[in-house]
Each structure stands twice: as structure tokens, then as C-alpha cells.
Design a binder for this molecule. Sequence first.
Ligand code: MSP
Length: 649
Amino acid sequence: MKPFFISTPIYYVNARPHLGHGYTTVVADSISRFHRLKGEATFFLTGTDEHGDKIVQAAEANGQQPKEYADSISQLFKDLWPRLEISNDQFIRTTDERHKKCVQHVLQQVFDKGDIYFDEYGGHYCFGCERFYTEKELVDGKCPDHQTVPTFIKEKNYFFRMSKYLEPLRAHIEANPDFIQPERYRNEVLSMLKEDLGDLCISRPKTRLTWGIELPFDRDFVTYVWFDALINYISALGYPDGEDYKKYWAGAHHLVAKDILKPHAVFWPTMLMAAGIPLYKGLRVHGYWTVNETKMSKSLGNVVAPLDMAAKYGLSAFRYFLLSEMSFGQDSSFSEDALVGRFNADLANDLGNLFSRSLSMTHKYFGGAVPECGDLQDLDREVLELGQNAMANFQTQFEHFQFSRAIKSLWELIRFLNKYIDSSAPWTLYKNQDLVRLGTVLYVILEGMRKIAVHLWPIMPSTAETMIRQLGGAFDLGGVDLEAEITSWFGLQPGTMVADRSNLFPRQDLEPKAEKPAEPKKVKEPKTPREQAPQPALACPQCIEFEDFAKVDLRVATVLSVDKHPEADRLLILKLDAGEDAPRQVVSGIAEFWTPEELVGRQVVVVANLKPRKLRGQVSQGMILAVKKEDGLALLGPSSEVASGSKVS
Ligand code: MSP
């Protein structure tokens, strides 16, 4: 079997992870799990992109050095992934030494070949995109992505002779329809290639930017961030000599959204050609998530945090929703109402009910043991046939990144099994004591459930494992034979004891939200003189109005790191993740009661809108809440873990 490699883009560290990053990474995780299920050696790579102007600016805005800032945001990504059951094999950072060396190695290779030259260039530079724009590309003189007027910059730089490789690239795309998929993006690239794309500026003078990888052949320049970033896909594998590179590169697939099609479909393959490295096998491109039909943006305040969704609806439901809702390749609008709809209909009703019904019938009729399967009747054969088609189709569609179609196929089987229960009426068979027939019917259902669980593993790993456990087995990746799952219906051992109940998707009173926010409850007008009499509580002289209290913004924050204050023994300097773009620094007088080690990882409550002030020279952006005890100090926090930044109300 050929090894399979899948990568996500490496994400910029200028913003905290959001739904878009979550989606790509969940997709990559699912596809890697699917290939592992097929028995293929699989390598799944993700990471962070940490050099360039963008990061310098974000760090400056946060009063930090680029590396310090990159460390903290990169850590947010790294910490998030296991909580979304992301099973990446490596997390690469472009500030890793091995990566830097590899970039310099490739630059030198291309330079030695004569495909990098020095020239003067004047162009419109967008700092947001970190690239030059031609007059033609600008819209009303502005960057089409950022809507800002670019800066005209004229300077000497190094250029990659990309133009030399554009025709060979076009020929490769024509000859290999599977190279870029879905088709619309393949066509987009082919039409891009009809334009004169020219050469690519691949350096930035150190006079303008130092936060980058130095060119090995000119120490006055650093590498353009894309030339640096794209190489992560091979540096992570240990190019040129690493075993992983030798094993996995031939099976390389990159997963990206449409925003970064050009660097992946044009820059990267031409770079590979110039460096004499074989091209990757496939580029898979998905569309964009919007939120309730509008672009996700910080200023609109509609950025969806993946962890919040997973915490609210359950991780399996969230992953299921992402994969089933978006047609791979097209844009999709995220709405909690749609998520709730799918949760109730597909998960709680169709799947959850079917599963718990099957287990409880097994207990009721056979004391919890999987019955023997007797002779099959036409009705049973119909299930087997439909199941066979559903699973074959699931596997083909999944392989081709058509997740929503794959899931639809599996749900056809789930719905059919629900109908099968009704038409085979096990309760009547039991009443008539037709136990052989009853056993066959239950066997068909339970085996169907087992197959469904196996196929669900790439989508919702822990739920699938729970299902398999409740069916009396244990999930064993090495023991799965996906082909046999299609052709044979007899994986379950009769006599195996199944769980007596299951509640995979507990209803959480998830009702679609009203379109408009609910009107505030009207305060009842006092009618009688008695009702008008002042209530005792209102007489409290120290009391504040509710509106005053509501001004205090209390948030749950997670302690990321703690340092002792260099000038005050009593004070600790805490870096908190309060759900913001960058960690928040709070100076607190708790050193007497808490050691830094005890604090890291804890969740605390912070007054988030307190005016920042300096405490012995260190800025404190807020205050954490604590309660004095006789023997120390208790810190306030939630009773169970919640998403960082959750509002306390
Ligand atoms: N650092 C570059 C990538 C370098 S790869 C060698 C970069 N980083 S990014 O942080 O901006 O990430 C872009 C990627 O994040 C998209 O291609 C996509 O995978 C994901 N998404 C970000 N916003 C998204 C949506 N709104 N919807 C779907 N995915 C999006 O570009």
C-alpha cells in the first residue's frame, strides 16, 4: 500500500484559531484517519507560519518581540488541536532550526541552478498580503483583499525565474486531472496560467524586514514569507535525506482553502521543479465559511471559535456538522441553527435512537448477547445490499474529499435500518416467540451499527469508539479491513455482550435560536399603592444599580505562563488566554500563596475591562478574583473547564 501524506496550510500566528482553521484541520484529520483505516502508512502535518511583516506588526501592536509573540500564538494552535481530536503526526513551526536550514538548502539549490537573479523592481506592495501587486490587479487602486491602498516600493531584490516553469506546469496540470481538484479550481489555475505571471520576487531587504530566513547567498536579505512557508511541507519530512521524506513525499496531498490557491498551485510546483524535487501528488481546495452569510471578521464580532462550538454542542456533533454541511469546494454559511438542526435530526434522532433501540432490544430479547444470525430473508438481503452500496459509495466519496456526499450515503443506511426495525417488527416476533427470526433481525441491525461505527471513526473518532465498545468490542485500527466491511456482513461474534443502554447524543434542549434577540422582559407596572411601596432591598444605601454591575466585564481566562515580578516579591506576572488575539498580562499580588507552577493551566476569573495600569513597572491589564481564607487564598474559577474568554454573568 502506498503511503499517504496530508498537510494543512501552516497558519499565520497573527490571529488566534477560528472556524476556518478548525475546518481545514478537521478535514485533514478525517482524511488521514480514513487512510489509516484503509491500512495505509499515513503522515498528517500541520503547523504555524511565523515570519514576515504581518507577524512583526502584530507583535509590535502587542508590545512584544516577534519570537515571543509567535511562541504564544503558535501555542494556542498547538493546544487547540488535541481538543478537537486532531491527530497530527507533526506540528511544524517556520522558526524551527531544521526548517530554516532546509529553506536555505533549497534556495541555494535553485540559485546554483541559475534560477534566482538580482534585479531592481518597483511595485505596489500590500503589507497585508505581503506581496507586490501589478496595476492591473488592483481594484480602484486598492488591494482587492484588504481594500487598502498599497505602498509603492522600488528596491533591489532577488527573483525566482518562475516564468521558465509555467509552461511545464500547465502541461502537468493538463495531463494529470487529479493534480488540482475540485475541477473549478483546476480550471481557475489553468486560466491563471494563460496570463503572463512573470517571475517571483523572493527576497526582502533587511533594511525593511529582518524577521525572516536569511538568504544563504546574500546576508543583506531575508526570504519572502511564501518561499519560506511552502517549504515546510518537505522540511517537516526531513528533506533531502530524511526517511519520512523518502517514504511519504510521493503520496503528498495538500489541503488549502481557495484564498491560497495561487501560491500552492503555481509558486510551489514551479519551486519544486526548479529545485529538482518531484511534484506533490494532489492539491485539494475547499471554499470559505461565512457566518450567517457574512464574512467572518473581528470588527463584525462574528468570529466563530471552534472550541466554543465543541463545548456547546459536543465535539462529535461539531466535527460532523463541519463535514456534512459544507460541499467540499463550495462556500458555506455557518449558523448555529443549522448545527442544531443537524444535531437533532441526524445525530440524536436517526443515529442515536437507532443505536440505543438496538442495544435495548438485545437486552430485552436476548439478555444482552448478540444473537445468532439465521437464514436471511428478502427483507434482510435488501438491507445488506443497500448497506453494501452505501459503504462503497461512502468510501469512494471520502477518498475524493466529498465528505458531505459520503455522509449522506451512510445516513441512507442508518435511515433504512430504522425503517427495517419498523417493518420487521421485532416486538411481534418476540410476542410470537419466533426467536430464530428475531435473532436474525437483531443481528442484521447490530452488525449494521458496527459497520456504521467503523465508517464514522474518521469523522467522530471518540463517538465511534464508544459505539464499538458498547457493541462489546474494542476499536482496533490494525484489525479494520475496509474492503471486507463492504463485502461481508458477519463481523460481530454471536454471544458478545453489548451495553444495556447508550446515550450518544444527549438532547441538550438545543432549540434553534429565534431570528431576533428576545425582547427584554417588560417590568410589570406597579398597580396598587401596596405594590408601589419601596421594597426593603431597594433601601440599601451601598447598593449599586444592576446597570453598574453590568459594566464589569468578567471573563474566564486560562493561565498560560507565570513569572515572578523582578522588583516585587509579592507580585506575580501572569500571561492569560482570555479569548483574545494575544495573551493578556495581569500582575497580581498572590505570590505569597501561589507558586507559578501551581497556576499554569488553571482557569481564573479576570476583570477584563479594568483600565490597564503599571504595577512596579509592569503593565497589568486587569485583575484576577480571589477569596481570602484563613490559611491562604482561593482563586475564583469555573467548576469545570470552559472556553477561555467565556463571559461570567
Ligand atoms: N500562512 C499562510 C499559509 C501558508 S501554507 C504554506 C496562510 N495562513 S492563514 O492563517 O491565513 O490560513 C489560511 C487558511 O486558513 C485557509 O487556506 C484555510 O485553510 C483556513 N481558513 C481561514 N479562514 C477560512 C474561512 N473563513 N473558511 C474556510 N477556511 C479558511 O494563509
